[in-house]
Design a protein. Sequence first.
Lengths: 250, 480
Amino acid sequence: MLEVKDLHVTAEGTEILKGLSLTVKAGEVHAIMGPNGAGKSTLSAVIAGKGGYEVTKGSITFEGQDVLEMEIEERAQAGLLLGFQYPVEIPGVKNVYLLKAALNAQRAARGQDDIPAPEFMKLIKERLAQMKMAASFLQRAVNEGFSGGEKKRNEILQMLVLQPKLAMLDEIDSGLDIDAMRVVADGINSLRAEDRSILLVTHYQRLLDFVVPDKVHVLVDGRIAKSGDAELARELEARGYEWVQEESAA
Amino acid sequence: MATEEMEQLVRREYKEGFVTDIESDTVPPGLDESTIEFISMKKGEPDWMLEWRLKAYHQWLKMTPPSWAHLDYPPIDYQAISYFSAPKRDEDRPQSLDEVDPKLLETYEKLGIPLHERAALAGVAVDAVFDSVSVTTTFREKLYEAGVIFCSMSEAIHDYPELIKQYLGTVVPQGDNYFAALNSAVFTDGSFVFVPEGVTCPMELSTYFRINEANTGQFERTLIICEKQAQVSYLEGCTAPMRDENQLHAAVVELVALEDAYIKYSTVQNWYPGDEDGKGGIYNFVTKRGDCRGDRSRISWTQVETGSAITWKYPSCMLRGKDSIGEFYSVAVTNGRQQADTGTKMIHIGEGTRSYIVSKGIAAGRSNQSYRGLVKVGPRAKGARNFTQCDSLLIGDTCGAHTFPYQEIGNSTATVEHEATTSTIGEDQLFYCQSRGISEEDAVSMIVNGFCKDVFQELPMEFAVEAEALLGVTLEGAVG
């Protein structure tokens, strides 16, 4: 589904990713872990098309399409969706409006008509309930005045509504208390499907107790230094990142 | 609607002193007493009206154009302007939409304007557009039953001379400012509204319904009077870009609210802004003022300004009546090379008067805009209160937004608050929306509409929907 090959990325003159390769197959959940500053967030940002990064070498393909040639919105329309670590506030724009506009933009890209209003409301109500969010969320401005936990839940809500093929979640667990973590994890687990892949970017193993990944990768100094299964995450939790760094330097 | 009825309606307009002989109704460029006499004669006006115009003209001669605004334009040659031009003959207009600039039609399409209205707006010959006449007729009947007068200024001068004598120029005197004096001397037409005591106007009044009587644009004069406990909501303009060959527009709008009256005046202005270099765009120098003459009266201005090459406009309220309220909600959008210097004046004269100002400015391209607001509290205005919120949003780094708040407080019991913010449209906001599959243009439009929400919610419903679409069209190509 997603194929990243020998990816080199610089930002403001500094090389952050230095030859990263990654293959994610349909139905798999991958976790990208690593120490701060290793380039974890850069990877998902570059896949989603965020500005300020320069790809100097390598390729990203998604279902055979060259992602680097696509506009940001085209990537989302193709089914690549990024959940933000710090979702931005958009004053005056209601949550429900953003959700509907996004859903309809994606439908339009697939040649479908706008979703009929009753169908949309039904869908939204189900998803809200799933994320344990009150209906009043819909009428609030996007992320404005939301607590950290509310923002993260809102990101997952968008995923549940937009149903991407590849969901990338950037530090979705940061700033969550244990209850919110459970709700978010349940949301992510409900996204798991044979035809959908999930890429979790996280610093801590905590989330992976709830969302058990198929593969775990340790990102050190712009490259994947070690890959393994869920057991690797637990090992990292117990031993920290240093031994991987030393191993990869050796 | 039957053809005879239509013809009757058209004839009636002429009879009321519009123009009788279209062929000969032109005057060469230039302005002197004889020009004004010609206009007054052509309109069949009574002597007192001519005298009123001449008095304005003599005041204008002694005045100089204002230079304090943050605007840059070459001096206007007032002798090069033709001050009276009859409506275009049908033969000279486009005969069908096929002859209209496709770009203009494309814009109408985007704004969702119905087909027959597109024709009217694009200036297509009458036959094609008279669907709206039936609307106009039923509309007039309904107003007549309620006792509301809504007619052209020309008609009002003939049919209601006492009201005109009593109110015209009492809010904006002939010598108020350079452009108002010019307007008073040469105004060609406009709207007149009178809502008698205790009547709430049964519908929103709109210049839109007067589209077939248009071509009064250049020096328009509007007078709206609400007697005690009367209410009216008036909509001026239209979201569609208006064709007009006159570069200088100097309108005057006067509102009078007596005790407990409420006037809500909403404007959507979308005159031609000129080409990419700003050439050929409309200069819009407007004087709008409301007089809260009676106790507990209320006047509310809501404006969405997106057009014109240059906008010079400060809808104001004179808060004379005790506990009267003045409101100003404004969205000004400039793109390309547009310049706008706009804002409001709230003059607190009576006790317990309140004013509320919300101004949202959006600048893109190489445009420049200023908010200029005066809050003045007189010595008798005990307990007066004002709240001003003034926000600017910049798109790109070649545009400018400026805020000039003036406060003259002559009373220690007054409360005046001013909040101002300037922000740029965030890359991260755009990225957030785009990464959900929304195109960049739609994302800009969404973010800007969110920014303007406080003002849009003051607009009458259908106007608000149009205004949102309009913002999107105005800001097309503003990013990227």
